[in-house]
Design a protein around this ligand. Structure first.
Ligand SMILES: [Zn+2]
Ligand SMILES: [Zn+2]
Length: 341
C-alpha cells in the first residue's frame, strides 16, 4: 500500500509501506478522504508547524473519513463496510484533564499526523491505517466520504463558538474566511448569532463565506475603516494573524469577548494589552475540540450542516504534491482532499 510521507521541508514522497494489521479492539480502515489542513501545509512547506519540527518521516493528515476494511476480535462499534469519520484525538482517559471532561487538554495526548511527540504520531494520508474502535464514528445515509472528512475542522469551529458567549442576539466578527472561518460562520448561525461579519485579505474566501451564510464580507486590507470602530459583541480570530487579532481588539465592543482559534507565529508578538484592560475584553483560547467532534459527525451525516460548497478538489494519494499545491493557493481553493485511488 502507499503512504504520503514528509521527509523534510519541500520533500513529500509517496512510498510503499507495509499494510498494518488490527490488534485486539482495533479496526483496519481504508482511507476515504483526507482533508489537507494548514498544519499539514506547514509541515510540507516549512518542515515544521510552529514549534513542532519534522525529525523523521511524517505521514500527515488528521482530517479523514474511511471505510472499515477489517475488524479484530472484541470490536462492536463498527462492522466491515461501514463509513466512518475518524477522530484523530487519542487522549489517555486517565489524567486530571481527561477525568474532568476536557480530553483535548490531555497531558498525554497523541494527536494523529503531528510531530509534537517523538517518535511522531503518524497521520492518515495512507491507503490503510489502524485505529482503536473508540476513534471510529460510523454513519448511515448518503453523506459522502468527502463530506465526512469535514468532521474534524467542523469540530474546531463548533468548539471555537462554544468557547465564546451564547450567541442569540449577538453580533459576531470572524477574521479569516478559509475553511475554519467558513465553518465558524456555519457554527455561529447554528448558535443563533444575529449578524455575522467576516474579514479576509482575498476575495475568493470572502465569497465562500457569503455562500455559507455570512451577512457581511469585508476586505480587511482595503476596507480597514469598516472594522476600526467598536461594533461586535464577539470576535473569532481564526486566521492566525497578529494584524487580525488587533482588528478584533479594535472592533470588539466594550465588554466583548475574543476567541483565538487560529495559530499565530510561535515567536513572542508585540500586543497592546491596555485595550483589553480599558475595554474590559475577555481574550480566550480555543484548542482543538472535545465533545464537539460527536456533534460535527451528526450535523454532517444529517446534512443539517452542508459543507459541499467548501470542497474544492480531490486528488488520489499518488498526486498528493498537486493536492498540497492547490490547498496552499487560497485564491483557488478552500478545502482540498486526498483520496485512496
Ligand atoms: Zn486541521
Ligand atoms: Zn489524559
Amino acid at each position: 500500500m502507499l503512504a504520503c510521507r514528509i521527509h523534510a521541508r519541500d520533500d513529500l514522497r509517496i512510498e510503499p509501506v507495509a499494510t498494518p494489521e488490527a490488534g485486539p479492539g482495533q479496526v483496519l480502515l481504508r482511507l476515504g478522504a483526507g482533508g489537507i489542513c494548514g498544519s499539514d501545509l506547514h509541515y510540507y512547506y516549512e518542515g515544521r508547524n510552529g514549534s513542532f519540527v519534522v525529525r523523521e518521516p511524517l505521514i500527515p493528515g488528521h482530517e479523514a473519513s474511511a471505510t472499515v476494511a477489517a475488524i479484530a476480535p472484541g470490536v462492536t462499534r463498527v462492522k466491515v463496510g461501514d463509513k466512518v469519520a475518524v477522530s484523530p484525538s487519542h487522549a489517555c482517559g486517565k489524567c486530571d484533564y481527561c477525568r474532568e471532561g476536557r480530553e483535548h487538554l490531555c497531558r498525554n495526548m497523541r494527536f494523529l499526523g503531528s510531530a509534537s511527540l517523538f517518535p511522531h504520531v503518524q497521520g492518515m494520508f495512507q491507503e490503510y491505517f489502524v485505529m482503536g474502535e473508540r476513534q471510529c464514528y460510523p454513519v448511515a445515509g448518503d453523506v459522502t466520504l468527502g463530506e465526512l472528512a469535514f468532521a474534524e475542522p467542523l469540530a474546531v469551529a463548533l468548539h471555537g463558538v462554544n468557547r465564546g458567549p451564547r450567541l442569540l442576539g449577538k453580533s459576531a466578527l470572524i477574521t479569516g474566511a478559509g475553511t475554519i472561518g467558513c465553518l465558524t460562520v456555519i457554527a455561529a448561525r447554528l448558535a443563533g448569532a444575529r449578524s455575522i461579519t467576516v474579514s479576509d485579505v482575498l476575495d475568493r474566501p470572502l465569497a465562500q463565506a457569503r455562500a455559507v451564510g455570512a451577512d457581511r464580507a469585508i476586505r480587511a486590507d482595503r476596507e480597514a475603516d469598516a472594522l476600526a470602530t467598536p461594533q461586535f459583541d464577539v470576535c473569532y480570530e481564526v486566521s492566525g494573524s497578529l494584524a487580525a487579532l488587533n482588528t478584533c481588539v479594535a472592533a470588539a465592543k466594550r465588554g466583548g469577548i475574543l476567541v483565538q482559534v487560529g495559530t499565530l507565529p510561535h515567536e513572542p508578538l508585540p500586543f497592546v494589552v491596555n485595550e483589553l484592560m480599558a475595554k474590559e475584553l475577555d481574550l480566550r483560547g480555543a484548542f482543538r475540540w472535545g465533545i464537539e467532534f460527536d456533534w460535527a459527525v451528526d450535523y454532517l451525516s444529517t446534512r443539517r450542516v452542508d459543507v459541499r460548497p467548501l470542497l474544492s478538489g480531490q486528488f488520489p494519494l499518488q498526486d498528493a504534491v498537486k493536492a498540497f499545491a492547490l490547498a496552499k493557493d487560497k485564491t483557488q481553493s478552500t478545502k482540498v482532499q486526498v483520496i485512496a485511488a
